[in-house]
Write a protein that binds this ligand. Structure first.
Ligand code: SF4
Ligand code: SF4
Length: 98
């Protein structure tokens, strides 16, 4: 078997980066690492209206089977702030990442 030297590897031989090849695989990767701000749930203000849930583009709002809001999946939340805008009761605030 011949030894592969780094200089012999051409760009066409390398797997393309930044491409998602399979649908529905986002749950397998922690994609919240590049978030700079994060949502904070203020439970005492929450009326459990569920309005925030369908607004999240990353399905990062945690809901129980009884449709009770329980916080955020920070492994996947991107910190976009849409949920905070959608909450009519001020129960979600955006704050700087620690
Ligand atoms: S900040 Fe954006 S990504 Fe994170 S939970 Fe709210 S809507 Fe989803
Ligand atoms: S929109 Fe606000 S009040 Fe309604 S469930 Fe979400 S956090 Fe709670």
């Amino acid at each position: 078997m011949s030894k592969i030297v780094a200089n012999d590897v051409k760009w066409r031989d390398i797997s393309p980066g930044g491409i998602i090849c399979d649908a529905g695989n986002a749950a397998l990767f922690k994609t919240g690492d590049w978030r700079s701000i994060r949502p904070r749930w203020i439970e005492e203000k929450c009326k459990q209206c569920s309005l925030c849930y369908p607004t999240c583009p990353d399905s990062s709002i945690i809901m129980t089977e009884e449709a009770l809001m329980r916080g955020f999946d920070y492994d996947h939340c991107k910190g976009c702030g849409v949920c905070a805008k959608a909450c009519p009761f001020g129960a979600i605030e955006m704050e700087e990442e620690a």
